[in-house]
Design a protein around this ligand. Sequence first.
Ligand SMILES: [Ca+2]
Length: 198
Amino acid sequence: MYRLITRLITVLWVVAAADVEVSTVSQDELRSAVIVNQLLLSQQTDILKELLNNTQHNQVFPGPYCPHPYTQVLDECFYLSTHKLTWEKARQHCQGMLGDLASPKHPYALKSFIISSIGIGDDKTVFVGGEDESKNRQFKWLDGRVIATSDWSPGEPNNSHGREFCVNLYNTRHPVFNDISCDEQHLFACQYYRPKAN
Ligand SMILES: [Ca+2]
């Protein structure tokens, strides 16, 4: 951006220098000055177009990679709550933060983020954005991806007591995901989804 502004200032300075008094020059000199000005104006147009593109890009990606209070983990933006809610209320909370419950592409990256934030323990389990919405044992992330078989903890999803339709992450387990009752109250992980560039 600084380079472009410098170029624009330089071009404007040259245009000003070429703006000589018409009354003191010949027609040939005047014609030459007009041609030079036309070339410089064309160059200014190109520079302004480039500046406009940069401005639009900055509007899509304002400031740092993840807006506060989200934290960048690999190429995703997470927020870990400090209070416990049911799955649905947790989702509303995340949506109120311009995100949604986390649907991590890299579950172990989210696990590491949780452990580094609050330590490890079964009492520190975290709701994430996976659910069996149709209640037919088809668990999906909120972005529509099916939760990979390899990401479930051993023996899960087991639909314990026939009422486990939401997904949580146990940072004590490997792999990490478990189906759990949506009505329990747990900590939760939100995710901010960055707008895609055009
Ligand atoms: Ca379970």
